[in-house]
Design a protein around this ligand. Structure first.
Ligand code: SF4
Length: 339
């Protein structure tokens, strides 16, 4: 991103807290901090991968940004194709309709996210119909988009159950892109597909990024997928980003012990190059009652006294590389690949 170019998405101190209620009168007794003070930018044409274990808050973060759920606080500024900016957090629901053409979401499960009662041509064209565009133009644009994502144009009047998982995900991608958005949240878009199909869909998403100058927030738990797709990577743990860096730097020289443990579990094709995986003891803590200090300290093999009492802040440790660990500058952590 050049210095004068605005990020497509700029997220600052985003929060999503779910109240914990008890008793007959549903008294609020606490909060589950599913997303807690998260900040990052995404540049035009960039893919930022968001990784972490299940329950880390990645999907909640993606859903807050596209306003599928309402955030508790913070900002998420989207720069639209016409150059204007809008804070997605403060936009009331009724104002979101016009913004939805600039951003969209691709979901994990292409089986449940398509209506079984609508022909594919109507499913893909639905966002255009919501904008009041004439039927003839909708059909022309649907055919154009269907061809772009590799769907057979002769089958557009069929229903979703006539399509395989990979074809259904192509339908979902066509529907997400039909309004010419600038920004897409892709939430585990290949994890429900056969391994043999996954690479085709990932290549399609890369191809669409280049042709349409798209930016993605790419949510996944699979670091092999991240390696294939991402420009930069944000690692999330119990609602917070604990490391953020360009992909090659993060893989080669991780600066957070949690990232080191995740990377150690990535299978390398060369058995000689494989190290023993670092086994994390215990479960990820609950975001309703996270540990004091560094949330990761009960599972961290490098934890020291300060880690149990003082929460580390996400701080730049090298140009473009930030980590939330008291020992980021001292530890020589094990990565994979080369920077
Ligand atoms: Fe481990 Fe301490 Fe760093 Fe947390 S702050 S990741 S406990 S070394």
């Amino acid at each position: 991103m050049s210095e004068t170019e605005l990020p497509v998405l700029s997220v600052r101190a985003l929060q999503k807290h779910f109240p914990v209620e008890r008793g007959i009168i549903r008294r609020t007794v606490g909060a589950v901090k599913a997303v807690d003070d998260v900040s990052f930018d995404i540049a035009p044409g960039e893919i930022l991968a968001l990784v972490g274990e299940s329950g880390s808050g990645k999907t909640t973060l993606g859903r807050c940004i596209v306003r599928a759920i309402d955030p508790t606080g913070g900002e998420a500024t989207l720069t639209r194709r016409d150059g204007t900016s809008v804070d997605l957090v403060r936009t009331p629901q009724r104002g979101l309709r016009s913004i939805r053409s600039d951003m969209n979401m691709i979901f994990q499960d292409p089986f449940s996210s398509l209506s079984p009662r609508m022909p594919v041509i109507d499913i893909i064209g639905e966002p255009l119909r919501a904008q009041g565009i004439a039927r003839r133009e909708i059909h022309a644009r649907v055919r154009e988009m269907a061809a772009l994502v590799g769907l057979n144009l002769d089958y557009l009047t069929r229903y979703p159950n006539a399509f395989s998982g990979g074809q259904r995900q192509r339908i979902c991608i066509a529907r997400a892109l039909i309004t010419n958005p600038r920004f897409i949240v892709a939430d585990e878009p290949v994890s429900a597909l056969d391994v043999s199909i996954q690479a085709q869909i990932l290549n399609l998403l890369q191809d669409m990024r280049e042709r349409l100058n798209l930016s993605y927030l790419f949510i996944t738990h699979d670091l092999s997928v991240v390696e294939h797709m991402a420009d930069r990577v944000a690692v999330m743990y119990i609602g917070r980003i604990v490391e953020l860096a360009p992909k090659s730097r993060l893989y080669a020289t991780p600066r957070h012990p949690y990232t080191e443990a995740l990377l150690s579990a990535v299978l390398r094709p060369d058995p000689e190059a494989r190290d023993q995986p670092i086994l994390l003891t215990g479960e990820s803590a609950s975001p309703a009652a996270p540990p004091q200090g560094c949330h990761f300290h009960p599972r961290c093999r490098y934890a020291q006294d300060i880690c149990r009492t003082v929460a580390p802040q996400l701080t730049e440790v090298a140009p473009g590389h930030a980590s939330a660990c008291h020992l980021s500058k001292e530890l020589a952590l094990r990565g994979v690949g080369t920077a």
